[in-house]
Ligand binder design. Structure first.
Ligand SMILES: C[S@@+](CC[C@H](N)C(=O)[O-])C[C@H]1O[C@@H](n2cnc3c(N)ncnc32)[C@H](O)[C@@H]1O
Length: 254
């Protein structure tokens, strides 16, 4: 491994690894289908709408949205995730555009999208807070005025209830890893390490995600020009009460 490869941020390494599929605990296909129905309803999406899925992964949401007639740009930085998406999406090629890029600098024109989504804990990866804010600013730049934005992120209150924790999990090759998860109260980050059970010194993967409180997200959205008009704990539109696993914010570009 070269010096520059060693310095890649965790999310560049992790999501290029087959392990990221079992270790991310993606919702099952049935739950994903329900989420897609929720996205369509919460954002009032219509066939022909122009939508971007930022950090789209393997297209869990983008592919079924394309099947519903939505023109969707699915952007991700991971070649592996986009490869899987391409394999899964063969029949929907005309409405689905898979794009490799960085959320920090979207390769899209300004004011082009009716809606943008950023789903399943894909926000807050950057260590530098200014870069996390820049991701939001990029989304806003690419939205039409009045365009809709949906963010699904981790609910910090729920997440830190269980930290620190240790859990044995299965890797892509069938072997086991132990996840060690700690919440750093100063940095507001949930830090995870996957360790080899045979050799606890061996770190297989690592992750670190900034967790935001609802008040912080209110301030951030306000600052970048997004007006929140819905806060949900489920994709079916159940209002967020405080302790749900998910925190879903719907907003409009001013
Ligand atoms: C937890 S997965 C979620 C994927 C998808 N949204 C879903 O719900 O299945 C996070 C994804 O974000 C991508 N990602 C992380 N940082 C990124 C960045 N700066 N630019 C583009 N993609 C990024 C990763 O490659 C990964 O596929």
């Amino acid at each position: 491994m070269t010096q520059s490869e060693r310095q890649l941020p965790w999310w560049r390494e992790f999501f290029e690894s087959a392990d990221s599929i079992p270790l991310s605990f993606f919702p099952c296909p049935e739950e994903t289908r329900e989420q897609v129905e929720g996205i369509i309803s919460l954002l009032d999406l219509r066939p022909g709408d122009e939508v971007a899925d930022i950090c789209a992964g393997m297209g869990r949401h983008a592919i079924p949205l394309a099947e519903r007639g939505i023109n969707i740009c699915a952007l991700d930085i991971s070649a592996m995730m986009l490869y899987i998406a391409r394999r899964l999406a063969e029949d929907d090629a005309d409405r689905l555009h898979l794009i490799r890029g960085n959320a920090l600098q979207l390769p899209f024109r300004s004011e082009g999208f009716d809606a943008i989504v950023n789903l399943f804990n894909s926000f807050g990866y950057f260590i530098d807070e200014a870069q996390n804010i820049a991701v939001l600013e990029e989304n806003v730049r690419c939205l039409k005025p009045g365009g809709r934005f949906l963010l699904e992120t981790r609910n910090r209150s729920y997440q830190i209830l269980y930290a620190p924790y240790y859990q044995e999990v299965e890797r892509a090759d069938g072997s086991n890893a132990i996840i060690r998860c700690r919440y750093d109260e100063d940095a507001h980050r949930l830090n995870s390490r996957w360790i080899d059970p045979e050799d606890p010194e061996k770190v297989l993967h690592r992750a670190s995600i900034r967790l935001y409180g609802i008040d912080e997200l209110h301030d951030l959205f306000e600052r970048v020009g997004l007006e929140i008009d819905g806060i949900y704990g489920e994709y079916d539109g159940t209002e967020f009460e405080g302790w749900e696993r998910m925190l879903i914010l719907r907003a409009r570009r001013r």
